[in-house]
Design a protein around this ligand. Structure first.
Ligand SMILES: [Zn+2]
Length: 182
C-alpha cells in the first residue's frame, strides 16, 4: 500500500530531524564492536543528522551510533570550537601523544563524572558524509572527545580507562544503581 501524497500547497509540518533515546550502561549494544559503513547512502546522511540532533538535545559534545542502538561505525561530535558539528565515519585513531587528566562524563552513564587520564593529543582518520578522507586532530576537549567516541565504536566505555581499583568501584556503583540499590 502506498501512502497518500500530501497536498502540494500545504507546508510539510513534520520535523525533518528526529532524536533517539540514548542507551545507557548495562545495555549490551554498548559493548559490541560496531560494523564499518560500506556505503554512505541517504540513510547514513539521515542517521548523521538525527545523531547531531540527539547530541545537542541531550546535551552532549559527542555521540556514537551504538549509543542509540545502531551498531555501525559512525560518530558525531562538537568540541565547541570553530569546527562546529562534525561527522566521522569509520574513524580510526592513528596517532596519540602525551598524557592529560580531565573530568569526563558520558551520555550513556548519566550523572557520573570521573577524572580520566588519556593521551592529550589524538589524530583520527575517518570519512566525511561525501566519502572524503578527513583528519581530525587536537588536544584539550577535541582530543578527548575523539578518543571517547572512537572507544564507544570499539565497544568501550569511559570506565575502561580508569585505573583498576577505581574501575571496580565505579562498576559496583553502576551495577547497584541499575539494580535500584542506591
Ligand atoms: Zn560516551
Amino acid at each position: 500500500m502506498s501512502p497518500q501524497p500530501a497536498p502540494a500547497d500545504l507546508p510539510c509540518l513534520a520535523d525533518p530531524m528526529a532524536t533517539f533515546p540514548i542507551r545507557t550502561f548495562g545495555d549490551p549494544v554498548l559493548r559490541l564492536e560496531t560494523k564499518p559503513i560500506n556505503e554512505i547512502d541517504k540513510a547514513v546522511h539521515t542517521l548523521a543528522q538525527d545523531m547531531i540532533e540527539t547530541m545537542y538535545d541531550a546535551p552532549g559534545v559527542g555521540l556514537a551510533a551504538n549509543q542509540i542502538g545502531i551498531s555501525r561505525r559512525i560518530a558525531v561530535f562538537d568540541a565547541q570550537d570553530e569546527l562546529g558539528p562534525r561527522v566521522m565515519i569509520n574513524p580510526e585513531i592513528v596517532e596519540t601523544a602525551g598524557e592529560f587528566e580531565m573530568e569526563e562524563g558520558c551520555l550513556s552513564v548519566p550523572g557520573h563524572w570521573w577524572e580520566i587520564t588519556r593521551p592529550a593529543f589524538a589524530r583520527v582518520k575517518a570519512l566525511d558524509l561525501d566519502g572524503n578522507e578527513v583528519e581530525y586532530a587536537g588536544d584539550g576537549l577535541l582530543g578527548r572527545v575523539l578518543q571517547h567516541e572512537v572507544a564507544h565504536l570499539d565497544g568501550g566505555l569511559l570506565i575502561d580507562a580508569l585505573p583498576r581499583r577505581d574501575r571496580k568501584k565505579a562498576l559496583k556503583e553502576l551495577r547497584n544503581e541499575n539494580l535500584g540499590l542506591t
